[in-house]
Design a protein. Structure first.
Length: 269
């Protein structure tokens, strides 16, 4: 059985001013190193156990906010000091963890996800960070990696079309996307253990997993403690029961005196 490493973050991981400037300009950044080899093995083991527990009523490829349901490995990863240092550049010193998504496309499965922006879907607002997108497999277009349109995070909320699809019912109107989208898009090609960060307003899409390989990704989302926090109900991946979103203060102060949950804050020395 694998055990939790002392730290999950590779000693070569770096996110400084130059990397942050690229993120601010282009709307995304790919960090060459993030997880240690030991952490990668540890997290894969945890993911394999969780995916076998998904109940029949829910999609097998998406586990939502399991950090609220006792997934300690997610909490350990989400509160790594070096990761919070990165987030501090995005949302300031008072950091709130509000969402986690474990997205797992098994070989030869998955659906095409149309071009969309994340922020319009989530019932929070204002000072959102980019999605911290952590790869547990080598990921490319063959096994369902996402693509983004660099720089388009600055264009505001784009016109959307709505359909009847059960899983993904809206998309950006193709008429407002660039005509040469295949030339200007950036197709993610990342190695297991790498981490990407992208603005919540950047248009992105992904394709099904057409390979014999897994495509496992964890997305962690944070925001500033001063920003708007609305209600949201999720479904427990194990039994489809409802549970309410909790906002966890993971660094800094509850400056709005909302009574934010501080259970994940490191113990005082």
């Amino acid at each position: 059985m694998t055990t939790n490493p002392y730290t999950m973050i590779h000693e070569a991981f770096h996110y400084g001013d130059e990397e942050n400037l690229h993120y601010l300009k282009e709307g995304y950044h790919i960090c060459d190193k993030f997880l240690t080899d030991e952490a990668l093995i540890y997290c894969r083991d945890k993911i394999d156990r969780m995916t076998t527990q998904v109940c029949e009523e829910l999609p097998k490829h998406m586990i939502v906010s399991a950090h609220q349901l006792g997934a300690q490995w997610m909490i350990d990863l989400a509160t790594e000091p070096k990761l919070l240092d990165l987030l501090e550049k995005q949302v300031g010193p008072n950091i709130v963890l509000w969402s986690s998504h474990l997205l797992c496309k098994q070989p030869r499965t998955g659906e095409a996800i149309p071009w969309h922006q994340d922020a319009p879907y989530w019932n929070v607002s204002k000072n959102l960070s980019g999605g911290v997108w952590i790869a547990f497999d080598d990921i490319d277009e063959d096994n369902g990696a996402m693509a983004i349109i660099p720089g388009w995070h600055k264009k505001g909320t784009l016109k959307r079309l709505y359909g009847n699809e059960q899983f993904f019912s809206e998309e950006i109107d193709p008429a407002v996307l660039p005509e040469n989208i295949d030339q200007v898009k950036v197709q993610y090609k990342v190695r297991a253990g790498q981490m990407c960060i992208h603005d919540t307003m950047i248009p992105h899409n992904s394709v099904p997993n057409n390979s014999d390989r897994w495509r496992r990704v964890l997305v962690l989302r944070y925001m500033g403690a001063e920003d708007e926090m609305a209600e949201k109900v999720y479904q427990d991946y194990r039994d489809n029961s409802d549970f309410h979103r909790i906002y966890y203060l993971v660094r800094g102060n509850d400056i709005m005196n909302r009574g934010l949950n501080t259970d994940l804050l490191p113990a005082a020395v």
